[in-house]
Design a protein around this ligand. Structure first.
Ligand code: ADP
Length: 218
């Protein structure tokens, strides 16, 4: 059975989720109170409906509780986002993802039981900042306040060395979980794997250790 999604709020964030899910072949119902926005998604989503998600009877009549996953992507109107989440929760929706505008919004969402809370602008800002600070950092995923997964480009200094030669795990306490080389990806590389300049190393560890590794070797 195909999973069914509903996206409420078709601004830049909700719209892009709706488009990406549809491109993956998922069933998506797109909803917004703005008719123009809805019209823009009528050929992209499986169904596109005009409606106010803070009105419980509207959500009920759409059979919202039968959807596997509902994404609340209401931007600036924090009150509408909270109320919508509360109604979805009360109607028994299985999985609810909500976009938060700030920490206060997140706190309330978590109290009322949103399953997943996302901060796309904040997270993207952090990722881009890492990328700007270091030319070698291609991408960055925060695991906790102190741990990350980072994609680094292997430097000339690393070229022709194996992971053992560089003694990465002992010296830096980090792990290289995969190496991307052109179109190939080597998952869990052997310690004897030769590194080439330009390889993309996917590194997991404490931020301080990754920084040390970057400064000394990259
Ligand atoms: P973004 O920052 O992702 O671009 P926006 O604030 O521009 O977000 O968009 C949020 C969307 O949510 C708008 O299209 C708006 O019409 C819609 N929206 C806001 N409140 C409701 C509501 N109660 N019901 C349905 N859609 C809503």
């Amino acid at each position: 059975m195909k999973k069914e999604f509903a996206v409420i709020g078709l601004g830049r964030f909700g719209g892009s989720i709706c488009r990406a899910l549809s491109e993956e072949g998922m069933e998506v119902m797109a909803m917004d109170m703005d008719e123009d926005k809805v019209n823009g998604y009528s050929t992209i989503a499986s169904h596109a409906v005009v409606g106010d998600s803070t009105d419980e009877s509207v959500l009920k009549s759409l059979g919202i509780r039968n959807f596997d996953h509902v994404i609340v992507a209401i931007g600036d109107n924090i009150q509408a986002s909270i109320l919508t989440t509360l109604i979805l929760k009360e109607l028994g929706v299985k999985h609810i993802t909500v976009k938060a505008q700030n920490d206060y919004h997140e706190k309330v969402l978590s109290k009322i039981g949103a399953d997943q809370i996302v901060h796309p602008e904040r997270d993207m800002g952090k990722r881009i900042a890492h990328n700007i600070i270091s030319n070698n950092v291609l991408d960055y995923l925060e695991l906790s306040d102190e741990h990350s997964i980072v994609e680094l480009v292997a430097s000339r200094r690393m070229d022709g060395n194996t992971l053992i030669d560089m003694d990465i795990r002992a010296k830096y306490g980090i792990n290289i979980v995969a190496i991307k080389r052109g179109k190939n990806i080597i998952v869990s590389p052997q310690a004897t794997e030769l590194i080439h300049q330009g390889d993309i190393l996917i590194v997991i560890g404490a931020d301080t250790d990754i920084n040390r590794f970057e400064k000394n070797l990259v």
